[in-house]
Design a protein around this ligand. Structure first.
Ligand code: KIV
Ligand code: ZN
Length: 448
């Protein structure tokens, strides 16, 4: 597929559509903190909120407009004067303000929700975009439920709002109903059929109800959309919005198929994901693409061996490229000698072949019983098989105590200890940021 090199605008709606997801609401300070992180990440547009929705939302949009000066700051408004005026009031001090007006266009929404005719819908869309334009040059229009709207009618609405001054046409798959070929085709149809479409930006806005939000967004980009609306960690209404980190990395890793640029500084993706997760208190699923705890973890022996020889064997992007400091080899029953030897080295032990074989046999027996062999388990094994030279300062407490503590036997006094190096995990081994220690290893260590 030959595609022109193009710049795709990243429109982040974590603070608006994302915040609408159950359990993900944020207070004013939290929104500001995240907005700074989105700025560092390099998003082009921050949709800061829905100013008429509450005083809190209004204040947050106003505060973000005042302090975040590089990106465009967007505020959402229904297609009515009160919403548009309130949005402008919140946005007017922004360096680059955008009013985002939406109005449903599908027959289902017109009939059951808005109770208006198609003609009334056309008039309302035209008047509200014109009003927004009277305040602000940058106006985005979203025909809500676009993917279930009669395409003929959708094109008419889009022509009318272009005439009224809209500069971005966003095409929401509001209910996550579309599939990639169909959504791509819709974008292509709009570009081909709507008068004036060539002079405005076409934008994708996809929900994940069928798990296709990112695939749909990519199909839209391939069909000529030049803005994508997305959220960190894919949070959002119901099953969420398209995940920003996945779209950005898909474009980067598969640049051969998507020769598009974004302004995203990808090394800030993982920190942004962690910050959001911490703020809303919703953990990221471990197998989440790009930024999940297991996204760069390799447990199978063959995979571990390959990654250690050359990460290209099983990693299509480096952990560092998305801000994860290093990959974490998960030691379990599928792990091989090579991975075990490396982890032992990271813990400060090098073994000859025979000693390693011995530890490996014990390791496999243990891994059969417990799912993951954590560093403190491994240290116990090493202690059993490899007694430190008598002149050496003991690194570890006596095995019986450690085993009892690990088994939760509180009859044993835990040995007071402190980390052996200034690393967060206490073992002198840097763990990727955000990968939490499940065991309190410090209880099992002597200081050196
Ligand atoms: O999903 C949707 O339709 C929206 C619009 C308000 C853009 O979020
Ligand atoms: Zn949405």
């Amino acid at each position: 597929m030959a595609m022109e090199q193009a710049r795709v605008t990243v429109f982040d709606t974590t603070l608006r559509d994302g915040e609408q997801s159950p359990g993900c609401s944020m207070n004013h300070q939290e929104k500001l903190r995240l907005a700074h992180q989105l700025d560092r990440l390099g998003v082009d547009v921050i949709e800061a909120g829905f100013p008429i929705a509450s005083d809190g939302d209004f204040e947050a949009v106003k505060a973000i407009s005042a302090v975040i000066r590089r990106p465009i700051i967007a505020g959402l408004a229904r297609a009515c004067p009160a919403d548009i005026e309130r949005a402008w009031e919140a946005l007017k001090d922004a360096a680059h303000p955008r009013i985002h007006v939406f109005l449903a266009t599908s027959d289902i929404h017109l009939k059951y929700k808005l109770r208006i005719s198609r003609e009334e819908c056309l008039a309302q869309a035209r008047e509200s975009v014109a009003l927004a334009k009277s305040f602000c040059d940058d106006v985005e229009f979203s025909p809500e439920d676009a993917t279930r709207t009669d395409p003929e009618f959708l094109c008419r609405v889009l022509e009318v709002v272009i005439e009224a001054g809209a500069t971005t046409l966003n095409i929401p798959d509001t209910v996550g109903y579309s599939i990639p070929a169909e959504y791509g085709e819709l974008i292509a149809t709009i570009r081909r059929r709507v008068k004036g479409a060539q002079k405005v930006t076409i934008s994708a806005h996809c929900h994940n109800d069928l798990g296709m939000a990112v695939a749909n967004s990519m199909a839209a980009i391939a069909a000529g959309a030049r803005q994508v609306e997305c959220t960190i960690n894919g949070i959002g209404e119901r099953a969420g919005n398209a995940a920003l980190e996945e779209i950005v990395m898909a474009m980067r890793v598969r640049h051969d198929r998507y020769p598009c640029e974004t302004a995203i500084a990808a090394e800030h993706l993982f920190p942004a994901s962690q910050m959001l997760s911490e703020i809303v208190g919703v953990p990221v699923q471990p197998n989440k693409a790009v930024i999940g705890r297991n996204a760069f973890a390799h447990e199978a022996g063959i995979h571990q061996d390959g990654v250690l020889k050359n990460p290209l064997t099983y990693e299509i992007m480096t952990p560092q490229s998305v801000g994860v400091p290093d990959s974490k080899l998960v030691l379990g029953k599928h792990s091989g000698r090579h991975a075990l030897a490396i982890r032992c080295e990271q813990l400060g032990y090098e073994f000859d072949r025979r000693a390693l074989d011995d530890i490996y046999r014990r390791f496999v027996r243990l891994a059969d019983k417990i799912k993951h062999v954590e560093d403190h388990h491994l240290l116990e094994l090493i202690r059993e098989t490899h007694k430190p030279a008598s002149s050496a300062t003991p690194l570890f407490e006596p095995l019986a105590t450690a085993a009892a503590a690990a088994a939760g036997n509180s009859n044993q006094e835990p040995v007071k200890a402190f980390p052996i190096a200034a690393q967060p995990n206490g073992f002198g081994v840097p763990l990727p940021v955000g990968i939490e220690q499940h065991h309190d290893q410090e209880d099992y260590l002597w200081g050196v």
